[in-house]
Design a protein around this ligand. Structure first.
Ligand code: CUK
Ligand code: CUA
Length: 658
């Protein structure tokens, strides 16, 4: 049931506040607000929440969420506090409005082919905004596709995908995308163990042949691309590495990965082994992987990697010999691992344990230096003594999953089974920021329902903002109208601006396009997107002028040996040329430039029967290629309502039969 707030004085105060803020003549305005609130059954808390989130026409949002699009394979861009969807960025899945896969982006989508076959959906999980010194810089966005182990690079000047890389070693990933503090590397941890390169091996050979891995993709910021030639991977035991996070400041040079199948369970029934669900949860502890990536980079540069599937891999023995990899116990099957703002603490959420376990990087470094091991695992990797590296364990509730941070020494953890977000205090040098004692649970806010990740404003950077937190809930049950049995996910905005126990939910946003996982929230003024492309003839793929881009007054059709090259333009409200006649079987290369300079003067370009649609933003040039194998008469047209004479913006493609 939906909770009703008090209808007493608080309500009157809220109305008074809204009326005062809105500057409406107090008497009548107050009555109007009161009447609407009564009629709609709104409480004082509801009115206050509305005042905190309602964003009148023309007012801009203060923060921007980059959310994974889950099964949509895309990225959602959402404003905070209004929770309005501003954009979907086409990534792993064709998207007709943006022309993605229908004339533009086809080559980028093809980079994501797996074993030469197109994979036209993605399960996007974890977006990562590029960072400078551990703080979001708003230049690039990376996101992983869990189902196919791919990473995409998005340029935040135009919010378009520029690159997709397929991991050659693993078929699925989960511990990515995470970036090192200056975005030197994009980290991608595998999820389900497979023989490296996902070759066939019977499950009975699991322990010998199956492996985990983590890949360090080198990012070339100037090129705006991952540089595959400088990228490499680390072979890991087949422990189902889960989430990862990069160290920063105190833990700069390290990254952390947790795991959930150190049992090396291989699944059940006919094998007489327990099913995965039980087999994976037998041990009381799993392993947190501690990776010294500075040393890994050095080992790679020193030629210590072996080529597997044409990709350099540092084998487990090398990781041991070079002091690159250490393990330490963590409570059974944990989920998230999150590094505190100063980089000093690493928070592991229990999932099957009601605690978060907080590790100290100082203690980890000391334990490594002193060789304080409690033993080694089956592969000979040293295991750091748990008591030597743990700083605190804080009991929060059932099903802790993911942690974010505030500016004041608070941490926030999602509780999946409790359907709540917990606020708790960090200790150490953060302790002074909060009125409550160190390492204690302060309060919980119920969310609706089954929360996965949470995202706080800049909440995983070196300088979190506090203020807003969003709970990304898996179930919405009774929150919205039911559009059939497939229900929306629920993004709930929580006001975390007050210290102590006040942490109200102030907005519910249904997401009916796939199941998002993680999202990052950046201050809007850190983004510097273009409103039009810098110059006419701009190729977004190269982020530069295309010297071949058609120019006004130079439109033409060139023909040579079965090749037809069209140089066309689009402007309100006509295409040039308007007539294109080719012969059946001709190869057609059609270049088209939108020569507009006005903001939002977008043209589409759609050709029926040939599966083509483009979105041409002001200044953009695009090139499409097809074989005119279907004879006939094909009216092409602008598919974006651009002007009063939009319907007149068309032409004829005539394909003469042989
Ligand atoms: S995961 Cu979905 S709730 Cu894939 Cu980051 Cu934790
Ligand atoms: Cu151009 Cu419609």
């Amino acid at each position: 049931m939906r909770q009703q707030g008090s209808q007493g004085t608080g309500w009157k105060l809220a109305v008074g506040l809204i009326v005062a803020l809105s500057g409406v003549a107090a008497g009548q305005g107050m009555k109007d607000v009161e009447a609407v609130a009564k009629e709609r059954g709104l409480s004082a808390a509801d009115l206050l929440a509305a005042a905190k989130t309602y964003t009148p026409s023309g007012m801009k949002d203060e923060y921007v969420i980059f959310s994974s699009g889950g099964h949509s394979g895309q990225v959602f861009v959402i404003g905070v506090p209004s929770m309005r969807l501003l954009r979907t960025i086409a990534v792993f899945t064709p998207e007709p409005w943006q022309g993605w896969g229908y004339g533009v982006g086809n080559d980028i989508l093809a980079e994501g082919n797996v074993n030469g076959k197109p994979n036209l959906w993605g399960d996007t999980h974890h977006p990562a905004i590029s960072e400078t010194k551990g703080d979001y810089d708003g230049e690039f966005l990376f996101i992983n596709d869990k189902i196919n182990a791919r990473i995409a690079v998005i340029d935040l000047r135009d919010f378009e995908t520029k690159q997709i890389v397929k991991n050659p070693l693993t078929v699925s990933d989960h511990g990515g995308a995470f970036v090192t503090p200056d975005t030197e590397y994009v980290i991608e941890g595998a999820q389900y163990a497979v023989p490296l390169g996902f070759d066939y091996a019977p499950i009975s050979e699991y322990k010998d042949k199956y492996r985990g891995s983590v890949t360090m993709w080198k990012f070339d910021r100037k090129a705006g691309r991952i540089d595959k030639s400088q990228s490499f991977a680390l072979e890991l035991p087949p422990y189902w590495q889960d989430l990862a996070d990069s160290g920063k400041l105190a833990s700069e040079g390290f990254f952390f990965l947790n795991s959930l199948n150190t049992e090396m369970a291989t699944g059940g029934i006919e094998s007489k082994q327990p099913p995965f669900e039980a087999g994976v949860s037998r041990n009381a502890t799993d392993y947190l992987h501690i990776v010294n990536w500075h040393k890994a980079e050095q080992a790679f540069k020193d030629g210590k990697a072996e080529m597997i599937k044409g990709f350099p891999v540092l084998r487990i023995q090398t990781l041991i010999d070079e002091g690159i990899l250490f393990l330490t116990p963590e409570p059974r099957s944990p989920h998230g691992v999150d590094v505190a703002p100063k980089g000093d603490f690493i928070v592991v959420a229990g999932k099957l344990d009601p605690h978060v376990s907080v590790y100290s990087i100082d203690k980890i470094k000391k334990a490594i230096a002193d060789k304080k091991y409690s033993g080694s695992d089956d592969y000979g990797i040293p295991v750091l003594d748990f008591d030597a590296v743990i700083e605190a364990q804080v009991e929060l509730g059932l099903g802790p999953l993911h942690t974010q941070f505030g500016p004041d020494g608070y941490a926030y953890t999602s509780l999946f089974l409790d359907s709540a977000v917990a606020r708790w205090t960090l200790g150490g040098s953060y302790g002074a920021g909060t009125p409550e004692p160190d390492w204690t649970l302060v309060s919980k806010t119920s969310v609706h329902y089954n929360v996965g990740h949470i995202g706080a404003a800049e909440g995983d950077t070196v300088s979190p903002d506090g203020k807003y937190l969003v709970a990304f809930n898996k179930w919405s049950v009774d929150r919205f109208l039911h559009p059939g049995p497939l229900l929306a996910q629920n993004f709930q905005l929580i006001d975390i601006s007050a210290q102590g126990t006040t942490m109200p939910v102030i907005y519910d946003m249904p997401i009916g396009i796939g199941e998002p996982h993680y999202a990052q929230i950046i201050k809007a003024d850190k983004l510097k997107p273009w409103s039009v492309y810098p110059e006419v003839g701009w190729d977004p793929h190269k982020q530069a002028i295309d010297p071949m881009a058609p120019k006004p007054k130079q439109e033409r059709i060139e023909r040579k040996d079965g090749l037809v090259e069209i140089y066309g333009t689009a402007v309100r409200s006509h295409f040039t040329p308007e007539h294109v006649t080719v012969k059946q079987g001709d190869r057609v290369v059609w270049r088209i430039t939108n020569v507009e300079r006005a903001v939002d003067a977008i043209h589409g370009f759609a050709i029926p029967a040939y599966n083509i649609n483009l979105s041409l933003e002001p200044g953009e040039t695009a090139k499409i290629e097809f074989v005119a194998d279907v004879p006939g008469t094909f009216p092409f047209y602008c598919s974006e309502f651009c002007s009063a004479l939009h319907l007149e913006m068309m032409g004829y493609l005539m394909v003469e039969p042989n």
